[in-house]
Design a binder for this molecule. Structure first.
Ligand SMILES: Nc1ncnc2c1ncn2[C@@H]1O[C@H](COP(=O)(O)OP(=O)(O)OP(=O)(O)O)[C@@H](O)[C@H]1O
Length: 422
């Protein structure tokens, strides 16, 4: 049932509707590098194929899961040869977020010089997963979960198409059965077609009933739309439960997210953010454990991996909390945004050449290791205009207590120093 023309492609009106940029590009037979970001089964691969078809380009398809740098190089060689004969090449990479940095670097120059037009598909936020250099050379289009209206159109086509669909079976679909199908597939067209085909197998007398759909789906119907508000409410409740040090609530909201079809890795990513935003140096192990849980998920798969993320969630919920780094870093960024770019003080400048030394660069720099406590008491590292600035105000919880004690001790040394620069 994969659409053969843009008219068979349902939904995604925000990018493909009449007059929208992608539709214009498609119909003009042009193509630029892009990343299609959206939930599974919303038409990323299909759209890439349509673009290739309309622009009359060769398509090289690589999977980030099975292709390495070697395959990328071979593909680029072929594209370079074809470009000599004015033959365009589209490099389609499914699950592009799984490509590591060196794999991404291998095709970057060819995207840059136009030898290939890259179309990447991903279910993950590209700003987290792609190299900055690559991101700056592609346009990101967000595909949305398909609406029930769009899916209903697809359903009708699948039921009536005698060539590629189930048309020859002359099936009818009862109203409640259709409603259940549309909910069960949660905006995913592939799932919809899969459930429909299964339900058709169960149907008696050419009628698909609600119980046929339930047999096909075989589980409780997911209650929320992954892209909708309900999902963000659940993840927000999860974040607040961990921040609020309630491990039971954290587990409950996590389980709700999974039950609704949510991605455990989304929770893992959020947990990592919590470890830095809400726990910080009060317990730096929280960040390690969150990262380990994420990694574990990739290594052992969902069944065990989901539990590893639960373990990290419980740890983070009960870990000591500090937002001191979070606040300090925000203040530093705000300061940099509003203050002028003060020059680096001479004593902190690098002086690799004798000319620079003559200019006074590096002059008077004190090598901390040569001084008591490996600390150059009275020394200054901020621009003179900012010497009084204190971004980091450690609290006394968890391991941050030790950092606070250390800072108080160093302050004392600074105050008692007879060698003050500022
Ligand atoms: N927008 C759409 N319009 C019509 N059919 C669609 C659409 N999206 C998906 N389909 C149907 O679902 C099938 C799977 O879609 P496709 O492979 O394009 O999804 P995808 O977004 O690339 O999914 P995944 O992220 O899981 O790879 C297609 O063969 C097609 O039949």
């Amino acid at each position: 049932m994969r659409p053969q023309s843009v008219d068979e492609y349902v939904g995604q009106e925000h990018i493909l509707g009449e007059g929208k940029p992608l539709r214009k590009m498609l119909l003009a037979g042009q193509c630029h590098s892009m990343v299609l970001w959206g939930p599974p089964g919303t038409g990323k691969t299909t759209l890439a194929q349509l673009i290739a078809q309309y622009s009359d380009a060769n398509v090289i398809q690589l999977s980030a899961v099975t292709s390495g740098v070697k395959e990328v190089r071979a593909a680029m060689d072929k594209a370079t040869q074809d470009a000599r004969y004015q033959q365009r090449t589209i490099l389609f990479i499914d699950e592009i977020h799984r490509f590591n940095k060196s794999q991404q670097d291998a095709f970057l120059p060819f995207v840059e010089d136009g030898t290939v037009t890259l179309i990447g598909a991903t279910t993950e936020n590209p700003s987290f997963e792609l190299n900055k250099a690559l991101l700056s050379r592609v346009r990101v289009y967000i595909l949305q979960s398909l609406s029930e209206q769009a899916l209903a159109g697809l359903l009708n086509r699948a039921l009536s198409d005698t060539e590629k669909g189930l048309g020859e079976l002359t099936l009818s679909l009862q109203e409640d059965a259709q409603a259940a199908l549309l909910v069960a597939c949660a905006g995913d067209a592939r799932r919809l077609l899969f459930y429909l085909e299964l339900a058709a197998d169960f149907a008696e007398n050419n009628v698909i009933s609600l119980s046929d759909v339930e047999s096909a789906v075989g589980q409780k119907i997911a209650a929320y739309d992954k892209q909708g508000d309900a999902f963000y409410d659940l993840i927000s409740a999860f974040h607040k439960s961990v921040r609020g040090s309630d491990p039971d609530a954290a587990l409950y909201w996590y389980a709700r997210i999974l039950n609704g079809g949510g991605d455990a890795l989304y929770v893992a990513r959020r947990l990592l953010a919590i470890a830095s935003e809400d726990i910080g140096n009060a317990d730096p192990r929280a960040m390690q454990l969150s990262l380990n849980a994420w990694d574990t998920f990739h290594r052992v798969g969902p069944a065990e991996g989901e539990r590893a993320i639960a373990q990290a969630a419980v740890y983070c919920a009960l870990a000591a909390k500090s937002n001191a780094v979070y606040k300090a870093f925000n203040e530093a960024k705000a300061m940099v945004a509003k203050a002028p770019d003060y020059p680096v003080p001479n004593h902190l400048r690098n002086a690799p050449t004798s000319l620079m030394k003559e200019q006074g660069f590096g002059k008077g720099y004190r090598y901390a290791h040569d001084e008591p406590n490996a600390f150059a008491a009275g020394e200054c590292y901020l621009p003179p205009e900012l010497v009084q600035t204190r971004f980091y105000q450690p609290n006394e919880r968890g391991l941050e207590k030790a950092l606070k004690a250390k800072r108080d001790f160093l302050d004392e040394l600074n105050r008692g120093s007879t060698n003050k620069r500022c």
